[in-house]
Design a protein around this ligand. Structure first.
Ligand code: SF4
Length: 228
């Protein structure tokens, strides 16, 4: 069983090159101050929508041949006991499986990697500075372990980082670029924090797209700065 917090029946932006539906899972063990989905944090008996996992599967039956893929997003999908079974249920219906994760539960990520076709991995900071963003001790070690597992798995993936100057100093960005490079990451998408999306306590980010390119030049793979 999967705890579903929301469902988007059609998207072109959540799995590169695929028409997909997105299942937002309910529950996240981290507490990022800038989280845009805090209604998906709680795990006990809370639902952000009217859609149960059984109802999602019924909808997917009517989308065979119309959608390429189903993406599990969150919240944090690896916090779900039923994630592997849900991935199998999706592929049994003929869809590819996408996963958006921050890698909070490495052992569950390891279990589902053989079942997924693409991963968008959210990296928040150099791993020894994670707690500053997630407000959870040990989160950086778990994220690093998960990203190492993913990089070694052969599953296509990209790393995504949302950057705000109040959370990532220039030195932190340079350090993160080198850490991702050392882990063998091939694609890194950087997204400047949108002024209108930032909580008031952060204020506006001081980085331009050019700043981000310059500060992350230690990463030798494919880099893009995505402007929302
Ligand atoms: S990991 Fe993602 S869902 Fe969880 S608190 Fe942070 S931003 Fe929100």
């Amino acid at each position: 069983m999967l705890a579903v917090g929301g469902f988007v029946p059609f998207t072109t932006i959540d799995f590169p090159g695929r028409l997909a539906a997105v299942v937002f899972t309910q529950g996240c063990p981290w507490r990022c101050g800038y989280c845009q989905n805090p209604h998906l944090w709680q795990t006990d008996g809370v639902s952000g929508g009217d859609t149960s996992w059984a109802a999602v599967l019924e909808i997917l039956e009517t989308r065979r041949g119309l959608l390429d893929a189903v993406v599990f997003s969150g919240g944090e999908p690896t916090a779900q006991l039923g994630l592997a079974a849900a991935c199998t249920a999706v592929s049994d219906r003929g869809f590819e499986v996408g996963l958006h994760t921050g890698g909070a539960v490495p052992e569950r990520l390891a279990a589902v990697l053989p079942l997924v076709d693409w991963v968008g991995f959210d990296v928040k900071a150099p791993f020894d500075l994670y707690e500053h963003t997630t407000r959870v001790p040990g989160s950086g070690d778990r994220a690093r372990e998960s990203l190492s597992l993913l990089a070694a798995s052969g599953v296509p993936f990209e790393v995504r980082t949302t950057v705000h100057s109040a959370l990532l100093t220039p030195d932190a960005l340079r350090s993160l670029a080198c850490e991702l490079d050392a882990l063998g990451v091939g694609r890194w998408m950087l997204q400047p924090f949108r002024a209108e999306g930032a909580p008031a306590y952060l204020g506006a980010s001081r980085y331009s797209a050019d700043d981000l390119h310059t500060l992350t030049s230690g990463f030798r793979g494919h880099r893009e700065v995505r402007l929302a």
